[in-house]
Write a protein that binds this ligand. Sequence first.
Ligand SMILES: Cc1cc2nc3c(=O)[nH]c(=O)nc-3n(C[C@H](O)[C@H](O)[C@H](O)COP(=O)(O)O)c2cc1C
Length: 210
Amino acid sequence: MTEMNEEAIRLITGRKSIRKYDEAQKISRDEMTRMLEEACRAPSALNLQPWRFLVIQSHEGKEKLKPLFYNNPLLLDSCSAMIAVLGDFAASDYKDQIYDKAVTGGTMSKEERDKEVRLISDLYDGMPHDEQLTDVSFNSALAAMQLMLVARAHGYETCPLGGFDKKRFSEVFDYDRSRYLPLVLIAIGKPAEEGFDTVRLGVDEITKWI
Ligand SMILES: Cc1cc2nc3c(=O)[nH]c(=O)nc-3n(C[C@H](O)[C@H](O)[C@H](O)COP(=O)(O)O)c2cc1C
């Protein structure tokens, strides 16, 4: 076996969903921005980065979320922030912006940029909705997972939460539902509990080798 970074493995495998946080703990805008930037290093198909975030930190924001939150309100009240991860069905509209930045940054030639942008148009223009749904959900979930791991590296814990009224979320927080898909909420903060030890299926139960 090759040399391993045991600390990194512990950071990744030691994550547990935490449902009670230290209420006094605040996360600065700078640190939150840095964690989001680090989460955005996640991979995405054609580098389209369809993830979008809403950081709910204020008392008013949490109160707006509360009526559509199906989990224990203590979780919402105690976390430093609740980060909503949404998928953007119009992510391919950013193709020029993304690939122009690569040209300006010197990591891509103009010809390569034009080829990628054409490919994106070919693939995404007129893509059936079910394919778009899979694409946006899958890619955005990668950033959500990365955010939870990055949070641990910053000394915080998290809990992913699907238990909220997604339709009402769009209305209350003013997101066009035909464009933005609310996927998951991620609670973040300093833990005020240990978290459960959860079990996993064995690799032999879920894996085929050929
Ligand atoms: C997409 C998603 C939605 C989840 N929704 C909830 C939820 O609404 N409430 C909750 O208490 N936990 C929720 N969880 C957390 C899971 O229960 C938890 O990840 C699982 O039991 C494994 O535990 P662990 O995260 O501590 O390893 C969710 C997890 C994911 C990935």
